[in-house]
Design a protein around this ligand. Structure first.
Ligand code: 5GP
Ligand code: ZN
Length: 114
């Protein structure tokens, strides 16, 4: 998808600080971090929103969460705690229409969603 910023990161057409990659998943630092750790985990296949996930994508979803756990451990925030967030559609706050999970941590996140 030419007009998708995250596909362009996957294709290395725009730069990003990549912290994890496997056959199905890529993770890179958010350009506008809201916490000391703010990493985005995305499927390499373009999927616009959570609503577009199919049964065939279940494995990829699991791999995204597994990657988030791996990155949280690597960054030393696993035991202290972290948050995974995925926004869907306008009222959910989705801005980039390529499914992604935000990994947030490294500070006390305000309960429940601040
Ligand atoms: P959303 O609001 O769609 O859940 O989150 C999109 C996230 O992507 C935002 O936190 C935003 O800072 C991040 N973002 C948007 N464009 C870029 C970019 O070109 N590079 C990186 N690294 N992050 C981006
Ligand atoms: Zn895309």
């Amino acid at each position: 998808m030419n007009n998708c910023v995250f596909c362009r990161i996957i294709e290395r057409k725009i730069p990003a600080k990549i912290v994890y990659e496997d056959d199905d998943v890529l993770a890179f630092e958010d350009i506008n971090p809201h916490a000391p750790v703010h990493t985005l985990i995305i499927p390499k296949r373009h999927i616009s929103t959570l609503l577009d996930l199919t049964d065939e994508d279940l494995l990829i979803c699991g791999r995204m969460v597994k990657a988030a756990n791996f990155i949280a451990r690597e960054k030393g925030i696993a035991e202290r705690g972290f948050r995974l967030v995925s926004n869907c559609n306008p009222e959910g706050g989705q801005v980039v229409y390529h499914v992604h999970i935000h990994l947030l941590g490294g500070r006390q996140l305000i309960a429940p969603f601040g």
